[in-house]
Write a protein of this length. Sequence first.
Length: 252
Amino acid sequence: MREIAYAKLNLALHVRAREPDGYHRIETLFAFCEHGDLLTAEEADALSFTATGPFAAQLGDPAQDLAFRAARALGRTVALTLDKRLPIAAGLGGGSADAGAVLRMLGGGPEIAAALGADVPACLLSRTARGTGRGDALVPVEIAGLAGTPVLLVNPGVPLATADVFRAWDGVDRGPLEGWEEGRNDLEPPARALVPAIGAVLDALAGARIARMSGSGATCFGLFDSDGARDAAAAAIAAAHPGWWLSQTWLR
């Protein structure tokens, strides 16, 4: 069994309030890229987990990995392998996307997804959806012309913990999410304060039709009108910033 853990983007993310329990009430538009991590599973006598790929060494305790926890929650005895192709703590769904892929692959539902984390239900769905509450109250949406849009993902190589970014949010409600193209990411200012290189990434994506930070960062994305425009931007950024991670993909 094989399943892609599609990279998650927040096309817009408005933080409306900090709740008494420490969570935040948000309004966001989730979208997903064609590329991501790769999960495979084979039937086995016991549950096991192996990580490979360019970012495998950055993973922590395997028993705490969301992909492993998703398989364990299903009670499945499989040999699970994660080919970790997306950077860690990067605003792309990460472990939530991996858990969503495991649930799709092994037959898990939204109840298990919600128990694993706020982003896991959206990553289980892996299609464009509006998220409210903690981001786990989902309404799928159809946006004409969005699927197939060329996307360039750029990360400056600095991991950024979601909790730290939300903690640094200034608490100001700047209004609801209406048209996503006119929207914003309210986590960008605190993320930029923690990782100033995010500003340089957004500057490098200035030629995109829309350029924003995804989630809590530090990955930023540019939406382009053509593959050629995206690829030209990728070549220029790679030449100027050889240490940055880039991915040339499309929206699903």
